[in-house]
Design a protein around this ligand. Structure first.
Ligand code: ADP
Ligand code: GLC
Length: 483
């Protein structure tokens, strides 16, 4: 099957979160499963730098009033074919793919990702400028969801939209619909219109042949008002076409026995070596080097979604558990400032690094004892899986992919060999506190802790199963399109 995988970010070059990781690993797994995959992504500066030898494979004129002309560049990397959309006025901007230097959305994001969606659809249509035409166009989140609308109105490949986060919906003024070349009859409640605006995500969810999201629990949650961010009725309406497929992780990159970022490599059979990483982490972050308390870790976007305000509320209490805390993240200013102040009040016990640092994130996964994700909602979550693979039991709230991957420790789950972490229900500081106390008590029982680590590390996180499930979704989408 020929699949166009359209994405607004791709690790390691352009990544703001899990979508970047998924966009790097899932196409590779689909390629390994014998599919003909091309990955379409804007030619951001980081990609131009990584692939200066990318060659022009097509030149596209302006195809709609708001869309400038662009070039398509082709490049092969590690067995994967990339198509980069070269359009310097839209994509030649430093830093984060969505935000300007002040942290605000680029004003023309509707045009920037409108072009990405438009080109994605084109590569699945008879008028494709390439000697290759997709059978399926697979978009991710609002940034590429509009491709499904073009394909629905103009014909072409089957379309699949994957929701990584339903809270981001890509809403723009109504005029943009005309600017992007959508037909006038697309402006309907069951088309691209959403509360008087053009919503890329709503359009995609309304018009795609199939929809998926990144965990079975989140697929259920978003059909309810608490998690659907206004789109629950539409998602209920499309429930028969919606599947939850749990993400995998890139087991070549996230493998403690081969990870080049670590002080010492280790595996389930050599867990003793994890201690050297713990010590190295404490030294690196300026934490007191001691063995009498666990090191809790957070690596995260610092946003309301991630529930880290609950942790901040516990404040100094964390050191009294007792435990140490290592945080790596960027995001909302109040959280950045709050955690910085907490670290300043507790030198040697709480370390906060504000920034995005891939290598440090690996060292934290290896060096920490337990990993914290008190998310209010979490479509899938990758860090809890990295943590399980690194023998660092996760402490999570029961939501989305966290509920699908972490099994709370209790006598039954221990006996069944499934216990691998700590799960709590309520998004309150109190519930988190009780779970942290329980974690410290369990950490002191070395045998139980070792079993948790072993159970987590044994699990298969590879993309193989997920790739098979996506193939089934592609086949369903193609058969819908054929009828
Ligand atoms: P989300 O996509 O909602 O941010 P995920 O858990 O799916 O959450 O993925 C987040 C990814 O981004 C993980 O690979 C995580 O390690 C990484 N990440 C988040 N913040 C940072 C940071 N400050 N430094 C390094 N990596 C980070
Ligand atoms: C989103 C979600 C996260 C998920 C990631 C990759 O950013 O917030 O939970 O793991 O996408 O699918």
């Amino acid at each position: 099957m020929k699949v166009l995988f359209a994405t607004s970010e791709i690790a390691p070059w352009v990544k703001t979160g899990g979508l970047g990781d998924v966009a790097a690993a899932l196409p590779a797994a689909l390629g390994d499963a014998g599919q003909d995959i091309r990955v379409l992504v804007p030619a951001y500066p980081a990609l131009r730098r990584a692939f200066p030898y990318a060659r022009e494979i097509a030149a596209l004129p302006s195809v709609a009033p708001a869309l400038p002309p662009c070039r398509l560049l082709g490049v092969e990397n590690d067995g994967l074919s990339f198509i980069l959309i070269d359009c310097p006025p839209l994509y030649d901007r430093p830093g984060n793919p969505y935000l300007d230097a002040h942290g605000l959305d680029w004003e023309d994001n509707g045009v920037r990702f409108g072009l990405l969606s438009r080109v994605a659809a084109l590569l699945g249509q008879a008028k494709t400028p390439l000697p290759w035409r997709a059978d399926v166009v697979h978009g991710h989140d609002w940034q590429t969801a509009l491709a499904a609308a073009f394909l629905r109105y103009e014909g072409g490949a089957a379309s699949v939209v994957t929701i990584h986060n339903v809270a981001f919906q890509g809403c723009f003024p109504a005029e943009l619909a005309v600017g992007l070349g959508l037909p006038p009859d697309a402006w309907r409640f069951d088309g691209v219109e959403y509360h008087g605006q053009l919503s890329f995500l709503k359009a995609g969810l309304q018009l795609a042949d199939r929809i998926s999201t990144v965990s079975p629990t989140y697929a259920r949650e978003i059909q309810g008002e608490d998690f659907g961010y206004g789109l629950a009725p539409l998602l209920r309406h499309r429930a028969a076409d919606l599947t939850g497929i749990l993400n995998g992780i890139d087991t070549a990159l996230w493998n403690p026995s081969r990870d080049p970022a670590l002080k010492t490599n280790y595996g389930a059979a050599r867990l003793g070596s994890k201690r050297a990483n713990r010590r190295a982490l404490q030294e690196e972050l300026g934490l007191a080097v001691c063995e009498d308390r666990p090191v809790f870790a957070v690596i995260s976007r610092l946003t309301h979604q991630k529930g880290l305000d609950l942790l901040l509320t516990l404040g100094a209490g964390i050191t009294h558990l007792p435990a140490q805390l290592a945080i790596l993240g960027t995001g909302e200013k109040e959280l950045e400032t709050g955690f910085r102040a907490l670290a300043a009040e507790h030198p040697g016990q709480i370390a906060v690094t504000i920034g995005f640092d891939e290598a440090l994130s690996h060292r934290i996964e290896a060096g920490a004892d337990a990993f914290l994700m008190p998310s209010r909602f979490e479509p899938c979550g990758l860090n809890q899986m990295y943590s399980l693979a690194y023998g660092t039991p996760p402490i999570v709230r029961a939501t989305g992919g966290l509920a699908d991957t972490v099994v709370d420790v209790n006598p039954d789950t221990l006996a069944a060999g499934s216990a691998n972490g700590f799960v709590f229900q309520e998004a309150t500081p109190h519930a988190l506190w009780l779970t942290l106390e329980r974690t410290v008590a369990t950490w002191r029982n070395r045998r139980t802790w070792h079993r948790l680590q072993q159970n987590g590390m044994r699990r298969d996180f590879s993309w193989t199963q997920a790739a098979k499930a996506y193939l089934r979704v592609y086949e369903q989408a193609c058969s819908v399109r054929a009828t």
